[in-house]
Design a protein around this ligand. Structure first.
Ligand SMILES: CCCCCCCC/C=C\CCCCCCCC(=O)NCC(=O)O
Length: 572
């Protein structure tokens, strides 16, 4: 090798080694920076989560002290009586000054503190409520004067975070109350507690990395349901007389079914959604709406009456000037009712089917006409439902969770949204032959409704309460509720029965459901009542009738003691 060649060769080797070394050390530095960033961000997340948990604890401690102070001078002898009153009875007693707002407030506060200890259903006690209580006398003419009210955490409240379980939303207090809360305060209600939900809200379990898992009041081994599970658990256990949830796929109805309370999803737009936070913006195909949750249907109706007023329309002119029709709610003419007790390609538990069949029989005995109704094929709507809820295939959902630990209830969903596009395309190709898009599922459903001359529809709602972490694995059940968000019909659920040994035995054929709901004997069973868009009062009136008939049947059966129990949860 000549001198020149030797020189070039040595130079290359040296450069090669050096560039490799440079590359390696560059990569090591980059890796170290990423690692440090990751460790720092984990530390920061943990810090934020701990701060939020401390804030929650502090709010409980302050509330406990205030309660203790109150009790020292006020013996609270009326507590059991107050807790037994329905919302209409309670408002009457408050308006007639037979009860004072203070004794009602502290009674519910005490019960809430107790229930939360057992079920982990609250995210904070709203300390501003103590101030509001002092001046509540000025709202004496309000429909809900002196009524303590619970709120799901995603309803904006001035100076409070609405985290939706996402760490990056912590420490971002709202500038103002949401419209519904503003109106309720004017009507004399006192929002005093905020309640738990699943991380990112798009799930029907109830757990998040900040506030943990909410338990079912009827069985601590089961979830309270979601996403408005904190509300359902608290109300179901008697810690609140009325609360607000939100619903884009069943979030007010599913937890109501799991916890034996009533939940109502009004037609989207009937109540203001201004200030109801979600992790997505601008969803238009599947519509989200806030809705009331309570122990009985009259309470839901009273809530709607209180919200639907000029002030709501003034604060949110996107809501219609459509006063609550009390006459329609109170009417008792016989109805033509469509019904179905299962839907194709959608798992339905034995108790869901039995619930519908038993209520159908009661309605027929009461003189109503029941007509079989076949909903538009769920598979034809499934694509619209998933695209409407997750138009970007879950990208925003995953993006919002960046920087947050992912809660176990979301693992199945997150794994699905992380599937590579090519794999999803293969799946879509395989499923294509089963899906034929209807030209217009809303008008197709309305056309069938009109052909049968129906007033309302009776159908199943997901239940009974699931074992933890199964809700995210059984999104195939969501059409039972989400169909009415897609159609934008109003829908509500009423508890009607409890799971029997026979329901449990019949479970064995449902492989997918078996593990999710096994061990449910004695748990609540509910049915769903549906009406056309803007027929909210008719839907509530139908729910009321179902509630009355079931109560009467339970009483009669108690008298006949034939062993069959329609409802064991006594609300009054
Ligand atoms: C035959 C299978 C069809 C499956 C189609 C299901 C489409 C699922 C798409 C998204 C998942 C949405 C889950 C919704 C659960 C309810 C949660 C909810 O209503 N949250 C809203 C809120 O809290 O405001």
């Amino acid at each position: 090798m000549g001198f020149l060649e030797q020189f070039v060769h040595n130079g290359r080797a040296l450069l090669g080694h050096r560039s490799k070394a440079i590359l390696l050390s560059g990569a090591a530095c980059f890796g170290a920076v990423l690692l440090v960033q990751r460790v720092n961000s984990r530390r920061e997340q943990k810090k934020r989560i701990l701060e939020a948990q401390r804030r929650r604890e502090k709010s409980f401690q302050v509330a406990e002290r205030a309660l203790l102070e109150y009790k020292q001078s006020h013996p609270m002898t009326n507590a059991l009586y107050i807790l037994s009153l329905s919302l209409s009875e309670l408002t009457k007693q408050l308006q007639e000054s037979a009860l004072s707002p203070e004794e009602v407030f502290y009674t519910y506060l005490e019960k809430t503190l107790d229930v939360h200890q057992k079920l982990n259903c609250c995210t904070e006690i709203i300390l501003d409520s103590f101030e509001q209580l002092k001046t509540i006398g000025s709202c004496k003419r309000g429909i809900l004067y002196g009524v303590p009210l619970s709120l799901k955490e995603n309803l904006l409240l001035k100076n409070h975070d609405s985290s939706c379980g996402v760490v990056k939303y912590l420490n971002q207090p709202a500038d103002d109350d949401c419209v519904l809360v503003k109106v309720l305060k004017e009507q004399g209600a006192i929002p005093f507690v905020r309640t738990n939900f699943p991380q990112a809200l798009l799930n029907y379990d109830c757990s998040n990395p900040i506030y943990g898992q909410t338990l079912n009041p009827h069985n601590l081994q089961k979830t309270a349901g979601g996403s408005s599970g904190g509300e359902a658990a608290l109300i179901g256990a008697g810690g609140s007389v009325i609360g607000i949830g939100t619903d884009i796929g069943g979030s007010a109805r599913i937890p109501a079914s799991f916890c034996a309370i009533c939940g109502f999803k009004p037609t989207a737009g009937r109540l203001s959604s201004k200030g109801c936070k979600s992790i997505f913006r601008g969803q238009k195909t599947v519509l989200s709406t806030p809705g009331p949750m309570a122990r009985d249907v009259d309470s839901l109706a009273l809530f709607m009456k209180a919200e639907i007023c000029e002030q709501m329309v003034f604060l949110d002119p996107t809501t219609p000037l459509l006063p609550f029709d009390e006459g329609l709610y109170q009417s008792r003419n016989s109805l033509r009712i469509g019904y179905f007790d299962c839907i194709e390609q959608t798992p339905t538990s034995p108790s869901m089917t039995r619930g519908v069949q038993e209520v159908k029989a009661l309605l027929e005995q009461a003189g109503h006409t029941l007509v079989p109704f076949t909903p538009v094929r769920i598979l034809d709507m499934a694509e619209l439902m998933s695209k409407g809820a997750l138009a970007d295939g879950g990208a925003t959902f995953l993006q919002q969770l960046e920087g947050s630990p992912v809660d176990p209830v979301l693992h199945a969903q997150v794994a699905m949204y992380r599937l590579p596009i090519c794999l999803r395309k293969v799946l879509a190709f395989i499923l294509k032959p089963f899906v034929s898009f209807p030209s217009d599922c809303v008008n197709d459903t309305i056309a069938q409704w009109r052909r049968l001359n129906l007033d309302v529809v009776l159908c199943p709602i997901i239940g009974p309460a699931f074992n933890f972490c199964y809700c995210g694995k059984l999104m195939s059940m969501v059409p039972h509720s989400m169909t009415y968000n897609l159609l934008n019909f109003c829908a509500g659920v009423v508890p009607v029965s409890t799971v029997t040994e026979e329901d449990e035995r019949n479970l064995f054929v449902l492989i997918g459901l078996l593990q999710a709901i096994t061990g449910g004997v004695g748990l609540p069973v509910a049915v769903q009542c549906v009406a056309l868009p803007w027929h909210d009062e008719l839907c509530l009136r139908f729910m009321k009738e179902v509630e009355e008939l079931v109560k009467k049947a339970r009483k009669d059966e108690g008298a006949n003691a034939n062993g069959k129990v329609y409802l064991i949860y006594d609300f009054h």
